[in-house]
Design a protein. Structure first.
Ligand code: ZN
Length: 150
């Protein structure tokens, strides 16, 4: 078990575009295992590799219905809209209402390189969008339509 440091807002790595994973090797598996531990330790529902300082297209998610690993995720369809409050482990204390699609389908590879398609609604749809945004250097604060004062 290894907990990695979570990069906080202000670090330029969070604004960079992550590169595709091409090697599904022990180094990737170590990254995924560490991201899983780091996400759970921080009580997060999702974590993207740039948040632990690695510019690779790797995401871990658990919205309360099971742990997922998404490698090279790509959103393939979006339907409807939702307006909910959102936060981020890299922006502690910041909460804002974002507009996101209500239903999102995403394709991604697993840790062995096998492609799968996943459907997310509600929180999971938001999470798919939020985490894939991280891989393109986008923070949720760029999508906030109303800031929530805590
Ligand atoms: Zn985030």
């Amino acid at each position: 078990m290894a907990i990695r440091n979570i990069v906080k807002v202000g670090d330029p790595i969070l604004e960079k575009t992550s590169r595709k994973v091409e090697k599904f090797d022990a180094r990737l598996w170590q990254l995924l295992d560490d991201m899983k531990d780091t996400m759970y330790q921080a009580n997060g529902v999702g974590l993207a590799a740039p948040q632990v300082g690695i510019l690779r297209r790797v995401v871990t998610i658990d919205c309360g219905d099971g742990y997922m690993e998404l490698v090279n995720p790509e959103i393939i369809s979006e339907e409807g809209e939702q307006f909910e409050d959102e936060g981020c482990l890299s922006l502690p204390g910041e909460v804002g209402t974002t507009k996101r699609p209500a239903v999102v389908r995403i394709k991604a590879q697993d840790r062995n390189g096998k492609w799968c398609v996943y459907k997310g609604e509600g929180l999971k749809a938001r999470c798919f969008c939020h985490e894939t945004d991280h891989l393109d250097g986008i923070l949720f604060t760029q999508k906030v339509i109303k800031k929530v004062i805590e």
